[in-house]
Design a protein around this ligand. Structure first.
Ligand SMILES: [Zn+2]
Length: 360
């Protein structure tokens, strides 16, 4: 028994001791993953595999490194999640845990004692890192493709020329009017999924072509017969089968994997009490990753995520929340300037006239 005294050991059951030990080892690996210097490139001069030496501490108490090539200093977390953040690493890890548990922004902010708007910014920074992971995903075994439709949501801000709509109220014009957004879902039968929205309403051929970049050539595919997928699959020389009706399903030919992904996704978005359409892809990244680790212990998921995230140098600023890598369809956001008037002021944290974001 390495971690606890003999006295304590004798008062516990073996499984309890095992739990404590595992927890300690998890925490140690987590902290090591965070502290490890992963700089394949100097953030100041761009030298690849730079020679680095320790360079004292920053004002905020962070370890600094000095690059031997350019002689400039930077903090150990340059380009990482905690970089440019006033929140220490342990708060970030609590925050990630709560986010994965569908914690609302209010819950998250109370948990780590920050304002709701800080929690909002932290969430989007975290989601933006997750998008980097999912963007590298390629489906390479056998894929079922179908889109999942969500109603457009302006959650968190109000547009002056769009009439408000109560939750669950149907939009006018049928399932594929432009008040809906389609998330194209590619579910690998063996391993993971890639999910992305490109435009409002029906997915187009252009959308499907972009989506196809995440599918290997020559793999087998099943779809429900949307023309846009057919062209993309032909271009990629993927043999495919079209299934327009459940009656055509058999043990080999079906869309069950993607359909069950859709139902989990619907439930999952409900747990977050809806997601603003502009951020739908960031949440899709979170969902994909959550699915990938389904069944894993939460602590283990956090550890794996932090290890993955720390490999990226990603500079995400407050202004990027609304500008960078968001779902941006001109038919979705009629009046982008209107967003700013009713949104959280990113600089002083004050909140515009919308209260909807409280339930984000
Ligand atoms: Zn350098």
């Amino acid at each position: 028994m390495e971690f606890i005294t003999q006295n304590v050991v004798s008062s516990l059951y073996p499984y309890q001791i095992e739990n404590i030990e595992r927890q300690i080892i998890d925490y140690q690996s987590l902290n090591m993953a965070e502290k490890k210097n992963n700089f394949y490139m100097c953030p100041k001069c761009g030298a690849v595999h730079p020679r680095l030496i320790k360079g004292g501490m920053s004002h905020s108490g962070k370890q600094m490194y000095r690059c031997k090539e350019c002689d400039k200093r930077f903090t150990y977390d340059n380009g990482h999640l905690t970089w440019y953040s006033h929140q220490p690493y342990d708060k970030w890890s609590m925050f990630i845990k709560s986010t994965l548990e569908h914690g609302s922004l209010l819950t998250n902010s109370a948990l780590i004692d920050v304002s709701p708007s800080t929690a909002f910014r932290m969430r989007h920074k975290f989601l933006s890192f997750l998008s980097l992971i999912t963007e590298e995903k390629t489906i390479d075994k056998a894929v079922e493709i179908d889109e999942k439709v969500f109603m457009e949501s302006h959650k968190g801000y109000r547009l002056s020329n769009v009439k408000g709509r109560k939750r669950q109220m149907p939009a006018a014009g049928g399932a594929y009017s432009h008040q809906f957004v389609s998330l194209i879902c590619g579910a690998d039968r063996e391993n993971g999924s890639y999910i992305q929205a490109y435009s409002m309403g029906h997915p187009t051929i252009k959308d499907a072509t972009l989506f196809g970049k995440h599918i290997s050539d020559n793999i087998f595919a099943w779809t429900d017969g949307q023309n846009c997928y057919t062209k993309m699959l032909c271009d990629k020389r993927c043999p495919f089968k079209i299934l327009t009706d459940h009656k055509e399903y058999d043990s080999e030919n079906h869309l069950n994997t993607v359909n069950s992904l859709h139902s989990r996704m619907a439930e999952w978005y409900r747990n977050y009490r809806g997601v603003a359409t502009v951020y739908i892809n960031r949440y899709a990244a979170l969902f994909s990753i959550w699915q990938q680790y389904a069944g894993c212990d939460l602590q283990e998921i956090i550890l794996k995520l932090i290890q993955k995230i720390s490999k990226y140098m990603h500079y995400f600023f407050v202004r990027d929340i609304r500008d960078k890598d968001i779902f941006e369809d001109p038919t979705a956001i009629y009046e982008r300037k209107g967003m700013a008037d009713h949104f959280i002021n990113p600089f002083d944290g004050s909140i515009g006239d919308s209260t909807e974001y409280w339930t984000f």
